[in-house]
Design a binder for this molecule. Structure first.
Ligand SMILES: Cc1ncc(COP(=O)(O)O)c(C=O)c1O
Length: 365
């Protein structure tokens, strides 16, 4: 064979399949496939974004000083221990690059966020998938699958796509049980939505241990998914390593400006939390009333399990909804072919979804 050689394993990677965002139809589409906030973006963030057009010809601040200071202020953290990225995906990949290599193992639970597997494979590491318990990450299962070659354990908490979570005690037990040589990456992309006493995003573990890092995002409750902005809080050595290998301008100028403004708009965030607190349980109850199997979620989306075979399988329901203007999320790639995930939408969108489901499932009763 001639030509440049692609690294072994790269062509074995199954590309990430994002939630569908459009369909060939004239009707208004309701997108409930990517766990974005239905409330749009804070007007203050939009204004800051528009203001950034004055400096489009300039490189942004590669150290994201103002943004890190604003994150530090908002969450009570030392800005020196924060790294920003082009979405938290960027940071998840960078962690794989910094901590894992050819032949190493990267551990995560079944049905957890798809990027972990791709990030592991992209650096030549072997993904090790620990069986889940009730669709959620299970500490004993993860610990049983950690071995001498494990370098990273990714934990989505809450988990996407299942909406399950590990309590702070359980995450503490996981950290304690993992060898010191394993980096525990706590991916808390949905932390802002969670209202449970027994949940923590894990930041307190970072303060006490040098093998824990927490990643967060502006893509969900902050409504900045298109701008691609994430951050992590980690031990000084990790921060130093990532600052050496990241692209020098991996958080763009518009994203930094909008991010700072979004952090300051607490009314917008409070409204988003209140909206979710109202509509997540509403959706869960309505689906249960229809007789569907609903997996409890603490995030901004809900997972529903359907019959394994037609006429009411997940694939059929998905197509029916799509034909009626509602985009859900198919989960074949997550080992959940009988499930669909729906993000909490606006009031009218949630009602439309439930109306359509009711019509579909009650049709021949
Ligand atoms: C658990 C989890 N982590 C990370 C991400 C990626 O977020 P970002 O948009 O910051 O790259 C997502 C996005 O869906 C997610 O669900």
């Amino acid at each position: 064979m001639t030509g440049p050689r692609i690294q072994p394993g790269v062509l074995d990677i199954a590309p990430y399949v994002p939630g569908l965002s459009s369909a060939p139809t004239d009707r208004r589409l309701v997108k409930m496939s990517s766990n974005e906030t239905p409330l749009g973006t804070s007007p203050r963030a939009v204004e800051a974004y528009l203001g950034s057009r004055e400096t489009l010809h300039r490189y942004p601040d590669g150290a994201a000083v103002q943004l890190r200071a604003a994150i530090g202020d908002r969450y009570g953290l030392d800005p020196e221990r924060i790294v920003c990225g082009n979405g938290s995906d960027d940071l998840l990949y960078l962690l794989a690059t910094a901590y894992a290599g050819s032949g190493d193992e990267v551990l995560f639970a079944k049905h957890s966020f798809a990027i972990y597997e791709i990030a592991a494979q992209s650096v030549g590491a072997v993904p090790v998938i620990a069986p889940a318990c009730m669709l959620g990450s299970d500490v004993d299962s993860l610990l049983n699958h950690a071995g001498p070659n494990t370098r990273i354990c990714y934990l989505a908490n809450p988990n996407n796509p299942t909406g399950t979570f590990l309590s702070s005690d359980e995450v503490g037990r996981l950290r304690k049980g993992l060898p010191d040589s394993v980096l525990l990456v706590i991916d808390a992309a949905y932390a802002e939505y969670v209202r449970r006493e027994d949940y923590s995003d894990g930041i307190e573990l970072v303060d006490c241990h040098d093998n824990v890092v927490v990643t967060r995002t502006f893509s969900k409750i902050y409504g900045l998914a298109a701008l691609r902005l994430g951050w992590l809080y980690g031990p000084p050595k990790l921060v130093d390593a990532l600052n050496r290998i990241r692209c020098p301008f991996n958080a763009n100028g518009a994203a930094q400006a909008a991010g700072v403004a979004a952090l300051g708009d607490t009314n917008f965030i409070d409204a988003a939390v209140a909206h979710n607190e109202q509509w997540l349980p509403w959706l869960e109850n309505e689906f249960k009333n229809i007789g569907l199997t609903v997996h409890p979620s603490i995030a901004n989306f809900v997972l529903i399990e359907f019959d394994h075979s037609p006429p009411r399988s997940a694939a059929e329901v998905y197509n029916y909804l799509l034909g009626n203007g509602v985009i859900g999320r198919e989960l074949n790639g997550y080992g959940l072919p009988d499930c669909l995930r729906f993000s909490v939408g606006l009031k009218e969108d949630n009602r439309l979804l439930v109306d359509l489901m009711t019509r579909y499932f009650k049709a021949d009763e």
